[in-house]
Write a protein that binds this ligand. Structure first.
Ligand code: MSP
Length: 498
């Protein structure tokens, strides 16, 4: 186990209207952070905004405001959404902040001093939409728009110099790029000679960026600027103690579309600086809409705000975490959302709570009864409960969140079966002592399930624990206090009527 955990999301383009894809990465980072905090690891969770580049400059000019004002006006769309989604980030970085500009310039100067930046005239195909030079092969793929031939003097980072060192690092650190198939993708990419990276943009063409410290006719290429956010936020160059404490990052969480920038550009930049590489770059798949990409032109972009206002924050978090197998793509449909909600949350979990609390309120004056001695009927539940902490911890380290959730729901389902078998609603009349044991066991199962699911549904699980009248979050069977006050409130997950 680590004693600290530093996790980051990509910094999102400030121009974009946040959609379910952005929300997903941030919720995932939040869930992981909460699991790690619960394991008593000191955790630093970073997210933020990518605010430089041509698109921002153009969008600002279309609105007739200066780019900084444009960024300031757009940023709250993200910060508000994170608040709504109960995101527990420790810092929020914007690349237009002075703390970041300073670090980018300091790093550029260092890389320059190390002799890893050179100036050259370059003629090539340039994609305006991607804001970078592209190869002929890329143009042929048809994925790039607004292609121009451009001849320009620019500054280049000697990425090629670190190619072999990077391959060696990837090969000897199996956790560096996860999942495995993404690692292989990068190793495949690195079989071809690596080009050097153009890291400047002449101001004559685009000026919304950070000045190169050694030539102020140029600004920094937006990716070179953006990646550095991961070290700025923890105090690179400003607070060496903090930097030493948090770096290297334990996990850069990204989507599969930005793997090369993170697994090739960023590590070679760090190598030039002589800094350790992050421990893991984890690339998740995409949310698709009926098997196709979400895009503005297809008009199928899911707005997380709409979903939350219709169904609540925690169910949305639950669905996103349960439905995506990390590393693969997943399909988003409202139908599957409603099915999942009704089956897992309304039926399995919600009904269990209302059944148990009703019976305790009615027959035990609303106090958790004394279970007496447990019997063989409970032994399976008890065994499972006491193994949970280790099991869930392993699942989280393996990035199998959907599995961790499924294990918990199976536990809940097994208690529902146990209630069918023991029928406490009959027992209360015939054998109150046994009824007490059964109802205590069911309530204890709920407590344990709520603790495990809390990182995923922090608010509703707090409510669940509150309705059991407990604050005890120890994952050991039997910690639910006898005599705790059970309250019967509104349903935790009211059924969605279709
Ligand atoms: N600004 C860069 C990142 C710089 S990090 C130093 C960027 N921003 S982005 O806003 O376009 O995308 C951010 C993240 O959102 C990416 O990880 C991307 O994979 C993710 N997603 C965008 N659409 C998505 C889906 N439909 N599904 C899942 N994630 C997707 O790239």
């Amino acid at each position: 186990m680590n004693d600290k955990f530093y996790i980051s999301t990509p910094i999102y383009y400030v121009n974009d209207k946040p959609h379910i894809g952005h929300a997903y990465t941030t919720i995932l980072a939040d869930v992981l952070s909460r699991f790690h905090r619960n394991r008593n690891e000191e955790t630093f969770f970073l997210t933020g905004l990518d605010e430089h580049g041509q698109k921002v400059e153009q969008a600002a000019s279309a609105r007739d405001v200066n780019p900084q004002q444009h960024c300031d006006e757009m940023a709250p769309r993200f910060t508000k959404l994170w608040e709504e989604l109960h995101i527990s980030n420790n810092d929020f970085i914007r690349t237009t902040e002075s703390r970041h500009k300073k670090v980018v310039q300091e790093i550029l100067q260092k890389v320059w001093d190390a002799g890893d930046i050179y100036e050259a005239e370059y003629e090539g195909l340039y994609s305006v939409s991607e804001e970078r030079f592209v190869t002929e092969k890329e143009v042929e793929s048809g994925d790039y728009r607004d292609i121009q031939t451009l001849k320009e003097k620019n500054y280049f980072f000697k990425m090629s110099k670190y190619q072999q060192k990077l391959i060696d690092h990837i090969e000897s650190n199996p956790d560096f790029i996860r999942p495995e198939h993404r690692k292989n993708e990068i190793l495949g990419f690195l079989k071809n000679p690596l080009n050097d990276l153009c890291i400047s943009r002449p101001k004559s063409r685009m000026s919304w960026g950070i000045d190169l410290p050694f030539d102020d006719n140029y600004v920094t290429y937006v990716w070179f600027d953006a990646l550095i956010n991961y070290v700025t936020a923890i105090g690179y160059g400003a607070d060496s103690e903090s930097f030493k404490k948090w770096w290297p990052a334990n996990m850069h969480l990204i989507g599969k579309d930005i793997l090369t920038t993170h697994a090739v550009y960023w590590p070679t930049m760090l190598m030039s600086l002589g800094i350790d590489l992050p421990k893991t770059i984890f690339a998740h798949g995409w949310w698709l809409m009926k098997d196709s990409k979400m895009s503005k032109s297809l008009g199928n972009v899911v707005n997380p705000m709409d979903l939350i206002s219709d169904y609540g924050v925690d169910p949305v978090r639950y669905y996103l975490m349960r439905e995506m197998v990390l590393g693969q793509d997943a399909n988003f449909t409202i139908d599957s959302f409603i099915k999942r909600y009704n089956a897992d949350l309304a039926n399995d979990l919600g009904n269990l709570l209302s059944r148990v609390s009703n019976l305790i309120v009615k027959n035990f004056e609303g106090k958790t009864p004394d279970p007496g001695t447990f019997t063989s009927q409970e032994s399976e539940l008890i065994e499972k409960a006491n193994q949970f902490e280790t099991l869930i911890s392993e699942k989280i380290d393996e990035m199998k969140i959907h599995d961790a959730i499924e294990e918990t729901l199976q536990f809940v389902r097994s208690v529902n079966r146990y209630l069918e078998e023991t029928a406490p609603w009959k027992l209360v009349k015939e054998d109150k002592k046994s009824a007490a044991r059964v109802l205590y066991s069911a309530a204890e199962t709920l407590r344990i399930s709520a603790i495990i699911l809390e990182p995923i549904m922090p608010n509703r699980m707090e409510d669940l624990l509150a309705s059991l009248g407990t604050k005890n979050k120890t994952l050991i069977w039997g910690e639910l206090e006898i005599g705790s006050t059970i309250t019967k409130g509104a349903p935790l997950f009211p059924r969605i009527q279709v």
